[in-house]
Structures are given as C-alpha cells and as structure tokens.
Ligand binder design. Sequence first.
Ligand SMILES: C[S@@+](CC[C@H](N)C(=O)[O-])C[C@H]1O[C@@H](n2cnc3c(N)ncnc32)[C@H](O)[C@@H]1O
Length: 211
Amino acid sequence: MSSSGLITQNFKFMTNDNKQQKLSDSTEPAIAYSTCYAQPLFTRIWEMPNKNTFDINCIKKLIYKYYKDEYKSVDPFANKNRIAKITNDLDPEMGTDYCMDALDFLKQFDDNSMDFVLYDPPYSPRQVSECYKKMGRTVNMQTTQSSFWGNLKKEISRITKPDGIVISFGWNTNGIGKTKNFEILEILTVAHGGQHNDTLCTVERKARLLF
Ligand SMILES: C[S@@+](CC[C@H](N)C(=O)[O-])C[C@H]1O[C@@H](n2cnc3c(N)ncnc32)[C@H](O)[C@@H]1O
C-alpha cells in the first residue's frame, strides 16, 4: 500500500502490460481500479464554439498544461495560432512560417525530432473539401478518404520523439493510436450546446521502445 492509501501492485500490473484483464482478475477494492494512473483522465467542459480551436479557453489551458517553451514543437494546421515554434497552413493568408500541404510539410522533419505536435486538421471530408475549394485545389477521392488523416498520423508518429506529446483535435478520440505506440494520457470533451458537435481533445505520449 502506498502512502496515499492506494494499492501500488495494481499500478504495476497496469503499466507493465496495460491489460485491464489483470485488474479485473484482482481481488483488490474497486477504488484502486478507478484511480489507476494508467487510465486516461477524462474531463467534460462546456464552452462557446470558436473556429480557432485554440482560442477556446479550456483547450488553450490543456495545451499549456503539456507544452514547454524549450520543446521543439510543430503545428501543421496552425491557422492564426502561434503556440508551436514551427507553424504551417495551406492558406497563405494565415502568415504561418510555412504555407504547404500539411503532409509535405511534415515530411521535411527528421525521425524522432519533435517534442510536441499539435494536430488540428479539418475534422471531416466535408471540411477538407471546403478548404481545398477555397484554395482553388482539386478535390478528389484521395483528398477526402480516410488515408488523408492516416498518412498525416504516420508522419506525426515518425517525427515525434519517444516521450514526446501529441495533442489531437476532432470529432473522435482515436489520436495517433496504440498501433503506433502512443498511449492516451488525457481526453477533454468540450461541449458547445445546441446542434454543435463536441470538440474532442486527445493528449498522447509516444512510448519509449524497451529494446
Ligand atoms: C481546424 S483549423 C485549425 C485551427 C487552429 N488550430 C486554431 O486554433 O486556430 C484547420 C486549418 O487547416 C488548414 N488546412 C486544411 N487543409 C490543409 C492541408 N492539407 N495542409 C495544411 N493546412 C491545411 C486550414 O486552412 C485551416 O486553417
């Protein structure tokens, strides 16, 4: 038993192989399961919507909870936002450091080179299509199918250092994903009321390889 009164043996089971089965097999009290640090922290907050995601107060707060000034950080879909050190947006009017397609932008960086990545892409095929049309770009099957997001995640996974943080925004909490060796630390659901979709924010850390 730890000084906080929690049963540390349960934490060990959870972090070693991340199997919930082990915990449910346990005969320890439910309190140890519900407070286990291997479970992501979930929060739900109501706040007005804003097309500039990071101008939503609780989202800005979440970003700064994980961001450090000394981090090498990148934002491939920055719009007017300037939290990350290196910013990009397809729209030249945004005045970002780079004005490239996000996938080409991410491909410039070395493997394991970034401490912190903000990933706030268009959330749906419709949003991709609207943005591309605004930029006078061709909209076709390739630009709106799921590989649009899949290819970006592959690059983000490649450039993120072990222990690096990625915060993803959208209408799902898939993030970069367990298959790419990312573990979810925290999920924030921002409810906006009316007919608006919630904005889901998923904080993940890239696991260190053990061999
Ligand atoms: C959801 S908004 C990002 C908002 C930003 N995080 C903020 O807080 O203001 C998505 C942005 O991605 C840009 N965008 C869309 N498709 C892109 C692409 N293929 N490459 C780069 N930027 C793109 C859009 O111009 C838009 O500014």
